[in-house]
Ligand binder design. Sequence first.
Ligand SMILES: C[S@@+](CC[C@H](N)C(=O)[O-])C[C@H]1O[C@@H](n2cnc3c(N)ncnc32)[C@H](O)[C@@H]1O
Length: 449
Amino acid sequence: MTSSVVAPALSDVLFACAGCLRDVLAGRSLTESLQEVPDELRAPVQSVSFYVMRQLATGQALSELLLDKKAPNRLLESLLVVALCLLAVDENEERNRARHVPVYDAHTVVNQAVKAAEKHKKTASFKGLVNACLRNFLRNKASLMQAIAVRSEVKWGFPKWWIHQVRQAYPEQWQGILASAAIPGPMTLRVNTRQISREALHRLFSEHGIEAHETGHAGLVLAQAMPVKQIPGFDQGWWSVQDAGAQLAGEIVPVHNGMRVLDACAAPGGKTAHMLELADLDMTVLDVDSYRLARVEENLARLKLDGPHVHLHAADAADLSQWWDGMSFDLVLADVPCTASGIVRRHPDIKWLRQEADLTKTATLQRTIVQALWQTVAPGGYLLYVTCSLFPIEGQEQARYLEMSLADAERLGAPGQILPLAQQSGSVAPHDGFYYALFRKKPVSGKRG
Ligand SMILES: C[S@@+](CC[C@H](N)C(=O)[O-])C[C@H]1O[C@@H](n2cnc3c(N)ncnc32)[C@H](O)[C@@H]1O
């Protein structure tokens, strides 16, 4: 018997996207919201929603211009914004392909958005408004697009405060940094060199027609993103998906066999696994979120890195009384919670979820965590501070503060701020944004470190 897969109706996709957008505007992450989308709709809803997150300022500015007054409810507003983001797509197809832009026929979008409005009691009585508003946009597209193009948030696809912060921190590079978020990141893998060499995996990929190039010590960047199950070696644990910027951690941590290591903010376990791939370690793994910690367990099992040398605890790293037995660590990885401003090309909802006031709150939390963790570092031991942020308050300013305030700390060489910048205008940045600072606790005098 053959089974044919029927593509979902665009009206269902648009309606589900409107629900996801409404959730994000209410402060929920897109990843969480997408989990509630029915399986058969998830792939197209994810693709359209990611695009909408990148183009949100455009959709919102257009809906403001087209409606005489505020939309009657959030769901309707979200449906209009989703449809307007799709209708505003420019006609340069080549550019669109590179940017993974979902392209639909304009009149189909209008008809399907009206059908989507019919699906819910909150939107059904406004289907005439949806129709009028979207048709008005199509009639006046050029002048409306011109009217909003002058707004900085439309030009860059970020909230104003974010543009201001990046511009202030990086007066030479701010445009390249903001532009890099418009294009989805490449699919980069980290080879589990305990299972297979990078050369052997690269060869195997070539035999399967999968084009890739090498990056860093153990990375392979795929020319085309693919579902993980279609790439040889996933179930065998031969590789993990991990951005090249995150893979740098493995090149900085001074790991060697026999070390007692703490990964304090570990989930989903990308860097935990990387360290375990590099050396035989006694590894304590913490995360405050037990649901996320379960992902570390799954990942380590798939990569065949689990065992009695790995100890997982769901606990607050800052509260030593919850989890620490008093035995110090040779190395602590503090990949602390942050604004995640360096990874917005992969999680474009982040730029709308964060508020400017989060910067100081997050920086304070980071200090509290690191100051507690410093007590667990053995004399002569190391602490690697990491964030996936671009904002100096979580990066260089934080590292300077820690250097001054941590007892017996010396700062060692580390890359500092890594910026997501395309090598040429319009091309994909090779890695996300990260910050790395490495500290060592001075050995007790008289003992060699
Ligand atoms: C940037 S992510 C870590 C990414 C991870 N190191 C990796 O490479 O896959 C930060 C993690 O810190 C966790 N977290 C936040 N606050 C924490 C706390 N007080 N104690 C321990 N973990 C915390 C979050 O649940 C989140 O999983």
